[in-house]
Write a protein that binds this ligand. Structure first.
Ligand code: PBG
Length: 324
């Protein structure tokens, strides 16, 4: 049936009609809020490359997490900036390390929120790469055991879920094995399965002080031109035991989000990364974009593409706006 018999505008006339036929419902239940833990106490230091985000000492991180819980946000994702870095990223699995302390403190004071930890070495290595460097290259197999140690140390500290973001081959299986052997078979793995070598991570690397000191991450993160390869990566991670699969970044890869959702039977997460966040922030600050409208449209778009879960620095604002 065509115009004039079929008139799509009939169902757009009022908000109630629009509400009734709306296909995608963005909810606070979908959101994960990433946070940055730093040493010290009483620290709430604005991150210059990410307006509205902070470096938080453990006490402040607990406050921020409690506020997120009160807004109905179901989960936080923790990154840590350690006191010291070394060639091997040893402080990533130190039992008294920054993330381990943060996890324990949150689980003690705000037990009713999911604490997910980012499992990677790049915040902890002096060279800033996500694995061990041998002869100028990141050594995949030598890195696996360290990643498993990091994940295990997070689980021991009380983490509810671990999220490996390093893009080494075989790390999900290695981590799954280590967790299972130590009695943590109930701890899920959210794998950064299709993680692209993206220029949109720029602000985060300043925030996490994790920019590589030499070279780049294209030897392990994916080429942004590839989608078929993303499906192979996802298939491998599911085969190795990933419970949730992530596509990252979100906006330049919505086609990948959509295909992963259609082709695989696992919850899909998409990471609305630091560069996507600051584009909106900068334009809103200049008065060029309406922040609330754009953020809700972006997050709804990511959900519509197929994401069940969205990691976003906008989580608290979005939670507030979704209540209005
Ligand atoms: C660590 C990691 C990165 C991000 C999440 N985990 C940076 C990177 O891979 O360089 C990026 C997050 C963001 O940009 O918001 N490997």
């Amino acid at each position: 049936m065509y115009f004039p018999d079929y008139r799509p505008r009939r169902l757009r006339r009022t908000e109630n009609l629009r509400r009734m036929i709306r296909e995608t419902a963005l909810s606070v239940d979908d959101l994960i809020y990433p946070l940055f833990a730093v040493p010290g106490t009483g620290v709430r230091e604005p991150i210059s490359s990410m307006p509205g985000q902070y470096h938080l000492s453990v006490d402040k991180l607990v406050e921020e997490t409690a506020a997120a819980k009160d807004l109905g946000i179901p989960a936080v994702l923790l990154f840590g900036l350690p006191e010291t870095k070394d060639e091997l990223g040893s402080f990533a699995y130190y039992p008294d390390g920054i993330v381990q302390r943060a996890v324990a403190a949150i689980k003690k004071s705000v037990p009713d929120i999911i604490v997910i930890t980012d499992v990677c070495l790049c915040d902890y290595t002096s060279h800033g790469h996500c694995g061990l460097v041998k002869d100028g290259e990141v050594d995949n197999d030598a890195t696996l055991e360290l990643l498993a140690r990091v994940a295990l140390s997070h689980a021991e500290a009380g983490a509810d879920m671990v999220a490996p973001s390093d893009m080494m081959d075989g790390r999900v299986a290695e981590i799954r094995g280590a967790l299972d052997d130590a009695g943590y078979s109930h701890i899920p793995i959210m794998s950064y399965a299709a993680k692209y070598a993206s220029a949109f991570y720029g602000p985060f690397r300043e925030a996490a002080q994790s920019a590589p000191a030499f070279g780049d991450r294209r030897g392990y993160q994916m080429d942004p031109a590839n989608a078929e390869e993303a499906l192979r990566e996802v298939a491998l991670d599911i085969g190795e035991g990933a419970d949730i699969i992530m596509v990252k970044p979100a906006l330049p890869f919505l086609d990948v989000v959509s295909r992963v959702k259609q082709e695989f039977d696992r919850p899909v997460a998409a990471y609305n990364v630091s560069g996507e966040y600051v584009m909106v922030k900068a334009a809103a600050e200049k008065g060029w974009l309406d922040e609330k409208g754009v953020v809700l449209e972006v997050l709804t778009g990511i959900k519509r593409a197929g994401a069940d879960i969205i990691l976003t620095y906008f989580a608290p604002d979005a939670a507030r706006w979704l209540k209005d």
